[in-house]
Design a protein around this ligand. Structure first.
Ligand SMILES: [Zn+2]
Length: 194
């Protein structure tokens, strides 16, 4: 029976700009609920997401710099001894997108992601990447991406990608939900890595 433990780790920057009550409790709960509704089966693939302390970053200006810093951060490395994945939740404007993750490394030293805000959609999206979900899936002949749709239609979608979805209406909105291939990919990664 496979299950997984992830950590949402807020930055000091996040803490400085918000009150303690704003610590991303809601994001943690919403993403955990989404995962356990969509990805988990009766007895398998449950996620438990924790909040535990803060991390200090050296003012990255792009998501590329941010994910590199997160991947080399000693606090994050230490947390990865206790958790299968670490998603850093920030509150600063960086260029190059709303978040970044290293894909498919759950349970490994590079199981990290960076989010520039506590957006539920972004946190769920980057968490999905850590567990192997992608916008498209070239391993399946390059057509699998149609199952993901656009970002506004599906957690693992990507802006500019056709929102059509296998077996579903193209305009069906699944905002803040995982769908089809993302779920399968996440389960495969848990089976192989954890
Ligand atoms: Zn992405």
């Amino acid at each position: 029976m496979a299950r997984t433990d992830a950590l949402f780790l807020a930055t000091e920057e996040y803490n400085n700009r918000t009150t303690f009550d704003d610590y991303p409790y809601n994001t943690r709960q919403e993403v955990e609920d989404t995962w356990n509704n969509d990805v988990a089966t009766d007895d398998d693939y449950d996620i438990s997401i924790s909040l535990d302390g803060y991390v200090k970053l050296n003012d990255p200006s792009t998501t590329t710099e941010a994910i590199r810093e997160v991947n080399n951060n000693s606090t994050v490395s230490q947390k990865l001894n206790s958790y299968d994945a670490v998603v850093v939740i920030d509150d600063r404007n960086v260029s190059g997108g709303t978040g970044r993750a290293l894909v498919g490394h759950a349970g490994e030293d590079e199981a990290v992601a960076y989010c520039e805000s506590a957006s539920i959609q972004t946190a769920a999206h980057e968490l999905g990447h850590i567990y192997g979900a992608s916008h498209r899936d070239d391993q399946n002949g390059g057509t699998h991406w149609q199952n993901f749709g656009a970002f506004s239609h599906d957690v693992m979608g990507y802006d500019g990608v056709d929102p059509s979805c296998k077996g579903n209406e193209p305009d069906l909105v699944r905002e803040n939900r995982y769908w089809d291939c993302a779920r399968e990919k996440i389960r495969e990664t848990i089976d192989s890595n954890l």
